[in-house]
Design a protein around this ligand. Sequence first.
Ligand code: LHQ
Length: 266
Amino acid sequence: MRTNFQHLLIHQEEGVITITMNRPEVLNSFNDVMLEELIEVVETVTSDDSVRCVVLTGAGRAFGAGQDLSGFPAVPANGSTPIKVSEHLQKYHRLIKSMRTMPKPVVGAIRGVAAGISCNVALACDLRIAADNARFIEAFARIGLVPDGGGAYFLPRLIGLGKAMEMCLLADEVSGPEAERIGLVTKCVPVEEFPGAVAAFANRLANGPTHGYGLIKQLLYKSMESDLQASLNLEGQLQDEAFTTADHKEGVTAFLEKRQAKYTGK
Ligand code: LHQ
């Protein structure tokens, strides 16, 4: 995989790849290049067996501030055709769907602000870890927009409709500790401990039964959209697959031998 990106930093250490959005002077807000680069990396690591956990984070003091508003004209110039925002959103949708269907865990590591569509890209991650200076802002209503980037889908599922409505209508900041309290993130840690905590969290996942994790993602996400019977059918199908993995065999053997399992993701 190439690593010479204009607005992303890529770092791989063993099974963990860290993708850092890198436009700190504008709080890592998305321009076209950064969005396209992110899509490219996410789609590439999907089929890279050396990667067993993906971390998405931001450089400097923010995770991301949403769409770069300076490069996206709200009002079309006189006589020009209005921009169809929905066409532009297709790229974000491609990114989000790739993150959700990737058969390995994606961890959002949020330090500082995550606003607008950056907040919703964080919600598209499978798990989130926040620093205590994190600020989650569904900023859209502040500028008269509706949540995009899947926010209206992810938020009520994560924190319930009441809290989701509150975040979207009021567009107030939710702090890291509050995000942990309402279940928006797995855990919130002091900012000084953040890099170490993210690394430990990601390493734990990367050393787990990652083939099974991919199946778990598939089962939970499909089950959010299906009835009980369909979920039970899928559970059977995926358990048939999990049952044949080397990791399952290793997990049972390690249990019986009273030792720590060594998973390979196979
Ligand atoms: C920025 C941005 C930014 C450019 C900070 N753009 N420069 C999708 C598709 C198409 C169209 C529209 O929308 C969407 C989805 C969306 O994401 S809409 C929501 C877009 N995002 C926002 O509305 C958030 C705008 N930013 C803010 O409200 C604040 O910057 C937050 C609350 C994020 C952070 O506040 P502070 O910590 O006080 O930082 P700051 O405001 O001083 O920002 C630092 C710099 O970053 C500053 O530049 P400067 O040259 O003055 O240092 C900002 O202008 C720049 N920046 N967000 N989205």
